[in-house]
Write a protein that binds this ligand. Sequence first.
Ligand SMILES: Nc1ncnc2c1ncn2[C@@H]1O[C@H](COP(=O)(O)OP(=O)(O)OP(=O)(O)O)[C@@H](O)[C@H]1O
Ligand SMILES: [Mg+2]
Length: 250
Amino acid sequence: MATIAVFNQKGGVGKTTTALNLAAALAILERNPLAIDLDPQGHLTHALGLEAGSGIGAFFRNESSLSGLIQARPIGLRAIGASQDLSKIDALSGKDKHAATRLRDGLSAEFGPDGAPVIIDCCPMLGVLSLNAIMSAEKVLIPVSADFLSMQGVQRVVSLLSVLEARFGRRYDYRIVMTRFDTRRKLAYSTHEALKQKFEGKVCGARIMENVALAESPAHGKDVFSHAPNSQGAKDYYALTRELIEQGFI
Ligand SMILES: Nc1ncnc2c1ncn2[C@@H]1O[C@H](COP(=O)(O)OP(=O)(O)OP(=O)(O)O)[C@@H](O)[C@H]1O
Ligand SMILES: [Mg+2]
């Protein structure tokens, strides 16, 4: 099972858009992905048009297995939603030693090591929820938009992964993907170049352009491939997914 956490502590950089459309592209490629919303904002849940319910919060409260929460989407995507109640998990976890590994243990117990890819959409904070995502994953995809704080945001994630590697004797692989790329802005190109220099071999060649179809599709409860299959956004996320597969990241 390749579990990929889509994470950046910086808000609004395209984590949910990336998780949604990466999972959708994997569904189109018949990889049978499971998308998990681990953000109390529930943006992925809305974007996928999932039925309201407590979603993954019920797993953390020991009220349901993960399998019992899966909803199937028409494109062949399986998903587990989230709602506001998930915000209480941080507070409820208290001093529980296993609080950060609950999801990892649940995924490995229910889906085993060789299952389909799992894509986890994280919230823009480092707390128990994001730690659960990162502890479940072997891979972290870091979306980054072109602005002057982007480098700092990526560095914080990469430093966190190093700390976890040292602490738990494990290895992470990560990739950085540029989102909301605006070809009219010099800053977009200079940020991309600076990232490539600093994080050599870790920056995806595929860049996600600023594209209206990507912004509009969640309002229709759809991924970009269902909403606007010929859009630039659909092309970019398909190219990103192919690149990650070809590199063995997925
Ligand atoms: N490539 C893009 N082109 C146009 N709009 C985009 C693109 N990527 C994301 N957006 C829009 O930007 C906003 C933020 O994107 P998104 O919700 O994916 O970010 P996020 O990192 O998940 O945010 P949060 O930190 O709040 O979870 C959304 O309104 C989304 O539709
Ligand atoms: Mg989000």
